[in-house]
Design a protein around this ligand. Sequence first.
Ligand SMILES: Nc1ncnc2c1ncn2[C@@H]1O[C@H](COP(=O)(O)OP(=O)(O)OP(=O)(O)O)[C@@H](O)[C@H]1O
Length: 581
Amino acid sequence: MELFQKYIKKYTLSFVVPILAMILCIIADNLSPYIQKILVDKAFKDGNTKLLFTLLTILFVVAITRSIAAYVKEYLFDIVSLKISRSIRQDLFKKIQSFEFSYFDGMNTGELMSRMSEDTDIIWQTISFGLRLFVESILCFGLSLTMMLFLDWQLGLACLVALLPIGFLNLRFHKKLSTNYDAISDQTAQINSTAQQNISGVRLVKSFAREKHEILKFLNINNVYYDLNVKLSKVTSTYLPLMDFLTNISLVVMIVFGGYLAIKGQITLGTLLAFSSYVLTLVNCSRMVGNVTSLLAQNKASSEKIFTILNKEPEILSESNSYSPDEIKGDIEFRNVSLKYNTEEDAVLKNINLNIPAGSTVAIMGTTGAGKSSLLSLIGRYYDPCEGEILIDGVNVKNWDLNLLRSKMSIVFQDTFLFSDTIENNIKFSNGDLSKEDLITVSEKACAYNFINSFEDGFDTLIGERGLGLSGGQKQRLSIARALARNGKILILDDATSALDMETEFTLLKNLNQNYDVHPTTFIIGHRISAVKNADIILFMENGHVVEYGNHDELLAKKGYYYDIYCDQFKDFDMLESEVG
Ligand SMILES: Nc1ncnc2c1ncn2[C@@H]1O[C@H](COP(=O)(O)OP(=O)(O)OP(=O)(O)O)[C@@H](O)[C@H]1O
C-alpha cells in the first residue's frame, strides 16, 4: 500500500481540481433538498411567487453548476488515473528489464504479462472509479447526515442507527472479497501463462498431436477460474442484497418516525420532503460503498502483486563508481570460478581457471550439460559465480559498468530469438546506427546475404509471427549477423552454427576470422571438429571441469577426449579412404 500511496502522492496536484469539482457536486446534491424544503415551507405555503421564482432560479443554477462540475470531475479523475497506471506500467516494465537471468528462470511470461495488463488496469479502474466513488460516497454521506441532524437531530439519529450495521457488514464483505480476488488474480496469471505457452509452442503441440491434452489442461485451469468466480459470486450475491435490505430499513425508519413527527407537528412537511431526499442519498452512498468494496478488494490483490515486483531489487547491478573505460581490449581470465544456479544444488562449474588473451578464438567442446553455456554466461554477468572471479582486461566483471560491458559484447544464444519485424530491424537490433553498407557486410559475413536477397522484399522482409517463416539455419545466420553488427570486442557463439551444413559453417567461421581491424576475443561452442580445429585454444569440458586445454595438434597428441571425438568423426573418412584406396 505504501507504494500505491507514493503514486497517488506523485500526482497530488492533478487531484486538486477534480477533488474540488467533486466537493462542488456534493454541496450541490445536498443544497437542492434544502432549497426544496424552503420552497414547500415558505414559497408554496405563503404563496410567495417572488420567493418561488428566486428559489427555482437557484435550483436551476445549482443543477447547471453540478453538471459542469460532474463533467470536470469525471474527466480529470480519468486522466489522473490513466497517468498513474501509465506510470506504474512503465516502472514495472523498467523494473522487469533490470532483473537478471535467474529471475526469469523462476518466473513465467504469462504471469508477468498479467501484472503488466490486467493488474495495472485494475489500479486504473480503482483510482478513476472505485477510489473516487468511495471518497465521494463517504463525504456525501457525512454532509447529508449533518444536514439531517441540523434539520432534526432525533430523526437524523434514528436513520443513522438504522444504517450502522451496514458499516460492519461492509468490513466483513471487504475481507471476504480480498481473499477471493487474491486467488482469482493468481488464476488469471495461470490462464495467461498456459495460453501463452501453448500458442508459443503450437507447432510442438500439433506435431505431437497433443491438442486434446492441451485443451484438457486448459479446461482444468479454466474450470478452477470458473469455480473461484462462482465462489465470489456467492459472496457478492449474499452480501449485496443484505446490504440493500439494511439500507431500505433506514428508509422505513424515516417514513414511520418522520411521519409520526410531522403528524405531531414537530417537523414541517418541507423538512420531511428534504429528509426523504437525504435518506435516499445516504442509501445510495451506502450501496455505492458496498459496490466499490469489491473493486477495492480487487485492487488490493493486484497492487500487492505489482508492488512485490516493484519492491524487488535486482541482484546483479553495477557498483557506484563502476569501471567504465573508453575502450575494451578483451583479455579474459577465470580465477578459481565455481557456479551454482541453486544454493542447495551441486556446482555446475567447479574451480575453473583460464587465461584468454585478447583477440584469441576459443572453441569449447564437451558433453551435453558439461557447463559450456554456463561458463560463457559469466563473462557478461548474466549470472555471478558463487566462488572466484572473472576478470576482463584485469578488472573483475563485478566492478565493470554492466551496461558498458554488455554493450561491448555480442552474443548468439543457443535458442535463436528473432523479433516479429523486418530482417533489417532484426539485424540492427544490436546497433541502430548500422549503415546500409555495413548491413550488407555483416549479412555476407554471416552467410545470410544470399538468402535475404532471394526474398522479394530483401532486408524489408517481415519475419516471425506476422511474416515469412525461416529455416533453423537461416534464423541462426540472422542471429549471427545481428551479433556481428554490434562489432563488440568479445563475441560469443553458443552452439550458433548447429543448424548449418558443414560447408556453410566452415565458410562462416572462416569469415569470422577475416576483415577485422582488431579481432574480437571469440568463443565458439561447437560439436564438430571441423568447426573448432582452427581455434587458438580448444577447451574440453566434462561435468563442470575443463578437462583438456590446448590447440588442435596439442589435443590430438594428448590422445584424450578430443582425440576420441576426432577419431569418431573422421573414422568414416578413413573407412572411405581405405575402401576407395
Ligand atoms: N538457468 C539454469 N538454472 C538452473 N540450472 C541450469 C540453468 N542452466 C543450466 N543449468 C544446469 O547447469 C548444467 C550445465 O548446463 P549448460 O547449459 O551450461 O551445459 P552445456 O554444456 O552448455 O550443455 P549443452 O551442450 O547441452 O548446451 C546442466 O546440468 C543444466 O541443467
